[in-house]
Design a protein around this ligand. Structure first.
Ligand code: GLV
Ligand code: MN
Ligand code: MN
Length: 401
């Protein structure tokens, strides 16, 4: 099959125009926003133009289906509250290009997907979590974003597109191309990474309730200041985790909401996100215990009422050998001596899809190793090389036993 780099890059730029923001090639396209729905409608038309049959499930996961049994490729087209133009989008548009090129060549059959809410406005990779049965739709519907909006209400914005459930039985496997979103390939100068494993993640909200009060009249020793509790928790946690983590383990408090968030009020309530990732399930569990114990001790020291939100998470997964071998064969041809195998520290829809079928993933470099920021970018030559490796792998799979 012949991929068309100009057509692929033009579609990638058009997708960026939905929610284009910020410097460089930034994007603001959170799940179920107007920009996200408009992008999905445009993508659906591009899928139809490619001869694919469009189906959308209740979550808003958008599929372009080839006839008969097919290899599924894709990623997500929602973005972080501040994101780049490639995170997810690259996987969707590269899949579309490979599906088109394959159809033009008379096969093999390739279907395309753009999952919904991979970026976790409501949880962790919620669209593919529901499609793969990790969460029921009812469980997903009650998840809320940081402003209190429930997913069940937000997803009404895609209701007009919904056609019904999409059976996974028609797919022979799933392959996802993604930007690396880290420094490894950028630093080594290599063009392609074939993913070996994806790390596991845990994510929950923690709430400290203290006493809202006057910031001028309340003596320091009488305060029950929820921000001070978060601050003390963070310092203690960093210290205590030191004994159990590896250099690859990561943890993040990425969202803090203070109530009522005013300069002259001692904050009475702090709700914050606590997320941690590691390749080892036991370590994730040990970290959870330390997080819970530390929050409990700091909470009682500082006169807080403590509560934990639902624990969301995904287990670490290994990539499928057969699909991985096909990607490695493609990498050897398109980027000879210029690729490596590597783990993924970012989460991906492939983790959820691995419950249903074999999965594999491919990375291209992120310039400066940055992502989840407007500055995210990748050299055009590397983007095109990624699509060429996919195309090669799809052909290679045909000839594999
Ligand atoms: C997905 O974007 C992640 O947070 O790894
Ligand atoms: Mn992504
Ligand atoms: Mn992302």
């Amino acid at each position: 099959m012949q991929i068309n780099p100009e057509r692929f890059l033009a579609d990638l730029h058009t997708l960026r125009s939905f929610g284009a923001a910020g410097v460089g090639k930034g994007v603001v396209r959170p799940a179920y926003s107007d920009a996200d729905v408009a992008a999905r409608q445009w993508l659906a038309q591009r899928m139809r133009d490619a001869g694919l049959q469009v189906q959308v499930d209740a979550m808003g996961n958008l599929f372009g289906l080839a006839d008969g049994r097919s290899l599924l490729m894709g990623s997500h087209s929602d973005s972080q509250p501040e994101g780049g133009w490639l995170d997810g989008a690259l996987g969707v548009i590269s899949a579309l290009e490979v599906a088109r090129a394959a159809a033009e060549a008379g096969g093999p059959a390739v279907s395309v997907v753009s999952f919904q809410d991979e970026e976790g406005r409501f949880g962790v990779t919620t669209g593919s979590a529901v499609w793969s049965g990790h969460l029921t739709l009812a469980q997903a519907d009650v998840l809320t974003d940081h402003t209190g909006i429930a997913l069940g209400d937000a997803r009404q914005s895609v209701a007009v597109m919904v056609t019904g459930d999409v059976s996974p039985d028609q797919f022979t496997g799933f392959v996802e191309l993604h930007i690396e979103q880290g420094p490894t390939l950028d630093e080594s100068g290599e063009q392609i990474g074939v993913v070996t494993d994806i790390v596991g993640i845990r994510d929950m909200k923690i709430t400290f309730d203290g006493q809202q009060n006057h910031a001028g009249t309340t003596p320091m020793h009488l305060r029950r200041d929820a921000f001070q509790a978060v601050s003390a928790f963070n310092a203690a946690l960093n210290n205590r985790l030191r004994n159990v983590v590896t250099p690859q383990t990561v943890w993040t408090i990425g969202h803090v909401s203070l109530h009522p968030n005013a300069s002259s009020i001692v904050p009475g309530r702090a709700v914050f996100s606590m997320q941690w990732r590691d390749a080892d399930t036991d370590r994730l569990a040990r970290m959870e215990q330390i997080i819970r114990d530390t929050a409990s001790e700091i909470g009682s020291d500082q006169g807080m009422t403590l509560s934990f939100g639902p624990m969301l998470g995904l287990e670490p997964v290994a990539m499928n050998e057969r699909l991985r071998t096909a990607l490695e064969a493609g990498a050897s041809v398109i980027a000879p001596e210029n690729w490596r195998t590597m783990p993924s520290g970012a989460l991906h829809d492939a983790t959820n899809v691995s419950r249903l079928m074999s999965v594999a993933m491919l990375f291209v470099p992120s310039i400066g190793g940055v992502s989840h920021t407007f500055e995210e970018d990748t050299a055009e030559g590397d983007l095109v090389a990624g699509v060429r490796v996919l195309a090669h792998a799809v052909n290679h799979l045909e000839s594999m036993p």
